[in-house]
Design a binder for this molecule. Structure first.
Ligand SMILES: Cc1ncc(COP(=O)(O)O)c(C=O)c1O
Length: 373
C-alpha cells in the first residue's frame, strides 16, 4: 500500500462538494453582508426544518453553542450540571465557562454513552441540567435520561456535536431534549470550512435569548437586556453549510455502509466493534473499536499507512485544568477509565472507498494473524 489512509478527511469532503461550496462563497462575497444577515437566517431555517422542529440559532462553534445554551437556561455559579467524562473536553469546558460545576458520571459498557442509572447517585438540589452527549454519533439513551430530568426538574441539553443527522426513536437528535447543541467543526458529519455551531430549541423565547446572547445581549434595536458574547455564525460558513445540508443524509448513509463493511470484515477477531442502539440511527461520526492491544494495533496500522485516532485517550476528569474542578461519584468512573485504554477510531468519512475500507480490514486482520503466529 503506497498512500496514507487518514482517519478523517475534510479535504475529501471539500472536493466532493467543491462546486456548490464555491458558488456559496461567491454569493456571500458579492452580497456585501459579511456578518449575520440573510445567509445565516436561511441556513438556520433550513437546519431547523431538517431537524423537524423549532428554532435554530447559528453561533461561532459547538463549544459556544453549549455555553450559550447554558446561559440562556439561566445556569451559572452555584449550579451543578451532570454529564460524562468520556467526551470531548469542550462539553465540560462549556459548563466551567458559565461558572457552573461539572458533575461527571460513567458511561454504559455497550454504547459508551451516559449511563442513565448513574444519575440518581449524583443528583443534588443544586443540579440544574444534564448534558447527554451522543458520542461517536451514537444516541445516548434519551428516554430514561429525559424521564429522570423531568422528575427532578432538570433541563436536558443534547450535545449533538458528533451526531448531526442521527435519530432516536425516529426523531432527529437535538430535537428531543430542551435544547440541542451542534458543532460544524470540519471533520463533523456536517462540516464547515472553519468553526461553526448551532443551537436548536422548540421554545421561541429560549431561541430569542440565545439570539441576543450571541451578540452582546442586543435585541433587534441594538438595546441590551443582559450581557452577552460575540459568537455569531459566519455567513460564509452558513452558506457553505446550507449548500452541504441537502447531502448530509446521503453522506451519513455512506458512513453507515462503511460501518457495515467494517462489521462484516472484522468478525471473529478479539476486538469489540460498535453496537447500534435499538430504535436509534447511529450517525457514525466515528467508527470506534476496542481491544486489549490497542497501542500495538495502532502502531501496526501506522506502519501500514493507516491513520487512526483515540477519542479520547485521557478522560476529562484526569486532565490538567479540569481534574480539580469537577465532582465525581464516590465509586469513580471505572468504565470510563477502562475504555480510554482500549478504544481506537478507524478511518471513517463518506469519501473513503470500499477498497480503502478493505485495506484497513486486511491490516487489522494482519495484526491479529501475526499475533497468532
Ligand atoms: C462531543 C463534543 N462536544 C462539543 C464539541 C465542541 O465543538 P467545537 O469544536 O465546534 O467547539 C465537540 C467538538 O469537538 C464535540 O465532539
Amino acid at each position: 500500500m503506497s498512500s496514507v489512509i487518514p482517519w478523517a478527511s475534510p479535504l475529501a469532503q471539500y472536493r466532493a462538494h467543491q462546486a456548490p461550496i464555491q458558488t456559496a462563497i461567491n454569493r456571500v462575497l458579492n452580497s456585501g453582508t459579511y456578518i449575520l444577515g440573510a445567509e445565516v437566517e436561511a441556513f438556520e431555517n433550513a437546519f431547523a426544518e431538517y431537524c423537524g422542529h423549532g428554532h435554530a440559532v447559528g453561533v461561532a462553534s459547538g463549544t459556544d453553542a453549549l455555553i450559550l445554551a447554558l446561559k440562556a437556561l439561566g445556569i451559572g455559579p452555584g449550579d451543578e450540571v451532570i454529564t460524562v467524562s468520556h467526551t470531548a473536553v469542550a462539553t465540560v469546558a462549556a459548563i466551567l465557562a458559565v461558572g457552573a460545576t461539572p458533575v461527571l458520571v460513567d458511561v454504559d459498557e455497550v454504547y459508551l454513552t451516559l449511563d442513565p442509572a448513574a444519575l440518581v447517585h449524583v443528583a443534588t438540589p443544586s443540579s440544574k441540567a444534564v448534558i447527554a452527549v451522543h458520542l461517536y454519533g451514537q444516541a445516548a439513551d434519551l428516554d430514561p435520561i429525559l424521564s429522570f430530568a423531568r422528575e427532578r426538574k432538570l433541563v436536558l441539553i443534547e450535545d449533538c456535536a458528533q451526531a448531526c443527522g442521527g435519530r432516536y426513536r425516529g426523531r432527529r437528535l437535538g430535537s428531543i431534549g430542551d435544547i440541542g447543541c451542534f458543532s460544524f467543526y470540519p471533520t463533523k458529519n456536517l462540516g464547515a470550512i472553519g468553526d461553526g455551531g448551532i443551537v436548536l430549541t422548540r421554545e421561541p423565547e429560549l431561541a430569542e435569548r440565545v439570539r441576543r446572547l450571541r451578540q452582546y445581549g442586543w435585541d433587534d434595536g441594538r438595546q441590551t437586556h443582559e450581557a452577552g458574547l460575540n459568537s455569531r455564525l459566519d455567513p460564509l460558513q452558513a452558506a457553505i453549510l446550507h449548500a452541504k445540508l441537502p447531502h448530509l443524509d446521503r453522506d451519513n448513509a455512506r458512513r453507515g455502509a462503511i460501518a457495515q463493511r467494517y462489521e462484516r470484515g472484522l468478525q471473529a477477531l478479539p476486538i469489540t466493534i460498535p453496537s447500534e442502539r435499538a430504535g436509534a440511527q447511529h450517525a457514525y461520526h466515528l467508527y470506534v473499536v476496542a481491544c486489549m492491544q490497542r497501542d500495538a494495533l495502532m502502531a501496526y496500522l501506522a506502519e501500514h499507512q493507516i491513520g487512526c485516532a483515540i477519542h479520547y485517550p485521557v478522560p476529562v476528569h484526569r486532565q490538567h485544568g479540569y481534574a480539580e474542578r469537577v465532582i465525581l461519584p464516590s465509586g469513580g468512573l471505572p468504565m470510563t477509565e477502562r475504555v480510554c485504554q482500549q478504544i481506537l477510531s478507524l478511518p471513517l468519512y463518506p469519501e473513503l472507498s470500499d477498497a480503502d475500507v478493505d485495506s484497513v480490514i486486511a491490516a487489522v486482520r494482519g495484526f491479529f494473524a501475526r499475533q497468532d503466529a
